[in-house]
Every structure is written in C-alpha cells, then in structure tokens.
Design a protein around this ligand. Structure first.
Ligand code: BGC
Length: 486
C-alpha cells in the first residue's frame, strides 16, 4: 500500500460521479413509477372501454416489465461490455435512457407505455452491471470500495429524486408524462459526460493494447502502475484459458461463492423492498392517505418522501459502518428490524377493519422503520458481497448471474404484490369511498417469513469478508473451506 495519496483524486472522483449517473437513472426510473402509477391508472386516455381504472394486473405489468427488461439487460451485459468497451456501452445506455424518457412521456396507449418501460428496463439492467464494473476497473486499489459504493448511494438518490419529481407534478395535467420526461436530464449528463472519459485500463489492455492502458493509468495517477499492468496481463491470461467453458461452474470450490451471490440477491428482493420502493404511494392510498378531495394523489405521494430520504441517509451510514462493524452484524441487525416492520404491516392490514384511521400511521411508521434497516444491510451489502466473493476467474460470470437473479426475483415481487394481497387477504373497501382495494396484509407476512429464512442463511452461509483481501477470500474458497469459517 505504498504511495497511498498520490493518485489523481479529483479526476478519479469525477469519473466515479459521472458514471454513477447510471446508478442514479437506475434509481430514478425504477422509483418514478410509484407516483406516476396513481395518475396512469385513472388516465381516461389510457383507460378504455368504459372502465374507470386500469386493472391490478395491468398496473403490475406497467411496474414490473421494466424489471424484466433489466434482467435481460443484465444477462447480456457481460458480452456487450467486452465487445464494445465499458465507455461505449454507457454512452449507448444513456442514449436509450434519453429516448425512453421521451417515449414514455409521449405514450398514447397502455401497450406503448409497456414497450417503453421495457426498453428503459433493458438500459437499467445494463447500467446496473456496467457502472460498478467500470468504476472498479478505473479506481486505484485502496479507494475502490468507497468509489464503488458511490453507485449504491446514487441509486438511492435517484429514488428520492423520483419521489420529489412525482410530488412536484402530482397536481399537473398529464403529470405522469412530465414525471417520466425529467429522466432526460440525468441521461444527457451521463451520455455527454461519458463522452469525455476514458475507457477502463482493463478493457483497453485486452482490446487496444498496453500503451493506451498505460496512458489511462497515468491520468488517474495510479501509483503502482507497472504492478497493475502486470496483474491485468496475468488475469487476462488466466481467463483466456477458461474462456468459453462453463465447466468451471461445476468445480466444487466455485459452488459456495455462487450460492452466496444468488442467495443474498434472492433474500434482498424476496423480503419485499420493492413493494415499498415501487408501491409505497399505492400502499399509503390503501391505508387511507389521500382519501379525500382534490389533492388525493399528492397526499398519497407525500409520505413516500421521508422514506426516500431515510433510504439515502442510512445508505451513507452503511458505507461508514460496513468496514467497521463488518457485513454479518449489519445483516443480522437489518434483517431483524425488517422482519419486525413487516409483521407490523401484516398485522395492521389484516386487522384494518378494527383499526380505522390508525392504519394510516401504523403503515407509515412500519415503513419508515423498515427502510433504514434495509439500507444498512441488504441494500448495499448484497452488491458489495457479489463484488468480493467470486474468485477472479469467474468474477464476471458470477456477477452477471447474481445481477440477473436480483432482477428476476425483483420481477416476481413487483409482478405479484397486488395479486398476492388479493389471494392471501382478499379485498378491502377503498377509503376514498368507491369500490375495493387489494389488502396487502398477507403479502407482508410472507416477506417476514422469508426474512427469518434470510437470518438462517446469513448465519450458515455468509462469510465475514471485512478486513480480508480478495486474494485471501479466494484462497479460502480454493482450499474448499466452509464460507462461514473465513
Ligand atoms: C436494490 C433495489 C432497490 C434499492 C433500494 C438496491 O440495492 O437492488 O432493488 O430498489 O436498493 O434502495
């Protein structure tokens, strides 16, 4: 760890910040639907054939098709980023985000809305894989963790910004169109910004030769330039040997790492985070917020704001604590708090008839408790662990597999939340007076049970990676030792 301070700090932070606009768009475009949905479902231009509202199934598709697109995007990212380079891929992704934002804003039917949400989703999936990869490949070793974490922070900032935008346009005519259109601004910043940044040394070395790679390392001020160049060369050699053979996945020592990556993503999503991120205004509407009058949509979006803000703040706390307390204590603490909040939500909605107005506040308080516990644990740590546990040879493959599992499981939750509520707890009267709403009580109980299984998984399978070098972690797995014994 020599020459710790000699890297070009300003330039490196600029690179990470511009690339993190990809993370911000991931957050913005997944979060914006939460408020937009309340306007979309009642828009007379979209609701045809004399019905008063889009069906729950249609609403679920509008929300979740983006997530399905992201799974496809994540899966194909490994190859495209190798062929085109990280920089070009991020510029193209920014272009798709920009076109998608305009397309969504102009969509004149549910079908078009779903198609544009799918296209935006593909861009989100590509960004979710490429941004951390690009930042980590350009970061000097000793600041890599912090710089990569800027991406998770950007995701939460994007979600919070989307709630603010939703609130700002809640009372506008065609408000949902404006909400989507705002996504154009960060897309332009990402696209134009990336244009001026270099590609990563790792990619340049493979495809454009050593000189170009050396030049970029000079620019970022990598103090151990020659060492890094040698290491990149050695890794490329090792990887070439394995290229094209998936047989490595069968090797016994690879399995624990794969299980950890897939498992942690599964629990990150199946404990229900995105029911709250995507549907919180819908849940607040179910609980009775915005029940009366002209400001109904505004009143249902408003309580989502503190949720978005708490998410940002506690992600900062997590970045601070994760290397001090370690991963496992934060996961135990986070999951326990989440389970308690989920049980409270389940009880609240199940007994809504006898609770009346109190349900509003039970749902709000439970969610505001749930979010910080997620933000200090499964939020950042799931992404962190998948960048730590894979041996070099399978890092790309392992990361894209885990990223895809993240999006597929996210899709399952986003696509079933409203229906699941209907199956498990039935419908409940709409506090606004007309018709019925889904009762999500049962869904929350199911997420709580999965949370308990998550605790067992963390106890028995997650290694404590705090303070261990990647080489040490790799050696542990290569020796066939149990992950828990690290
Ligand atoms: C998850 C997203 C989630 C976000 C909330 C991320 O780590 O992967 O699915 O919406 O955190 O902050």
């Amino acid at each position: 760890m020599k020459n710790k301070k000699t890297y070009n700090r300003g330039y490196v932070i600029l690179i990470a910040t511009i690339a993190a606009f990809g993370g911000l768009l991931f957050g913005f475009d997944t979060g914006v639907i939460s408020g937009a949905l309340l306007l979309i479902k009642n828009d007379p231009e979209l609701v045809l054939n004399g019905v008063t509202q889009l069906s729950e199934r249609t609403q679920e598709w509008i929300v979740s098709i983006t997530v399905l697109g992201a799974a496809v995007g994540a899966l194909s990212s490994g190859r495209i980023t190798d062929i085109l380079g990280r920089k070009k891929v991020l510029i193209i992704t920014a272009f798709i985000f920009a076109v998608g934002s305009v397309g969504l804003a102009l969509a004149s039917s549910v079908a078009l809305l779903i198609i544009w949400r799918l296209i935006i989703g593909i861009a989100i999936g590509v960004a979710s894989y490429t941004v951390p990869l690009y930042i980590s490949e350009l970061s000097p070793t000793h600041v890599r963790g912090a710089l990569v974490s800027i991406n998770q922070l950007a995701i939460t900032v994007g979600i919070f910004a989307s709630y603010l935008v939703d609130l700002g346009f809640a009372n506008f005519e065609d408000g949902w169109r404006w909400m989507f259109l705002v996504g154009l601004i960060p897309s332009l910043i990402l696209g134009i910004g990336m244009f001026f940044l270099p590609d990563s040394p790792r990619w340049l070395m493979t495809y454009k030769g050593e000189d170009k790679a050396r030049k970029v390392l000079d620019k970022v001020g990598e103090a151990n330039k020659e060492e890094v160049l040698q290491q990149i060369k050695a890794n490329i050699k090792a990887e070439n040997k394995e290229e094209g053979s998936l047989s490595i996945l069968k090797a016994k020592w690879v399995r624990p790492a794969l299980l950890i990556g897939i498992g942690i993503m599964l629990f990150q999503q199946f404990t229900g985070i995105n029911t709250i991120i995507y549907y919180s205004p819908t849940i607040f509407e179910m609980a009775g917020f915005g029940a009366d009058g002209a400001n109904a949509v505004y009143d249902a979006i408003l309580p989502a704001l503190p949720i978005g803000l708490v998410n940002v703040l506690f992600t900062i706390v997590a970045i601070y604590l994760v290397d001090k307390w370690g991963r496992k204590p934060l996961l135990y603490l986070g999951l326990s708090g989440m389970i308690i909040a989920l049980v409270a939500l389940g009880i609240g909605f199940t007994f809504q008839n006898s609770l009346g107005d109190a349900l509003k506040w039970i749902s709000f308080v439970s969610m505001i408790i749930y979010i910080p516990f997620f933000a200090i644990s499964l939020g950042p740590i799931a992404w962190l662990l998948i960048s730590e546990v894979y041996p070099t040879k399978i890092r790309g493959l392992g990361m894209s597999l885990a990223t895809m599992v993240n999006w597929v499981t996210n899709f399952i939750i986003a696509n079933t939340f409203l229906s699941l509520g209907k199956i498990t707890t039935g419908e409940m009267p709409n506090p606004a007076g007309e018709g019925t709403l889904v009762n999500p009580g049962g869904a929350f109980f199911i997420y709580a049970i999965i949370g308990v299984l998550g605790l067992l998984f963390v106890y028995s399978y997650i290694p404590e990676t705090k303070g261990h070098s990647l080489e040490k972690i790799e050696e542990h797995f290569l020796n066939g030792k149990h992950p828990r014994d690290l």
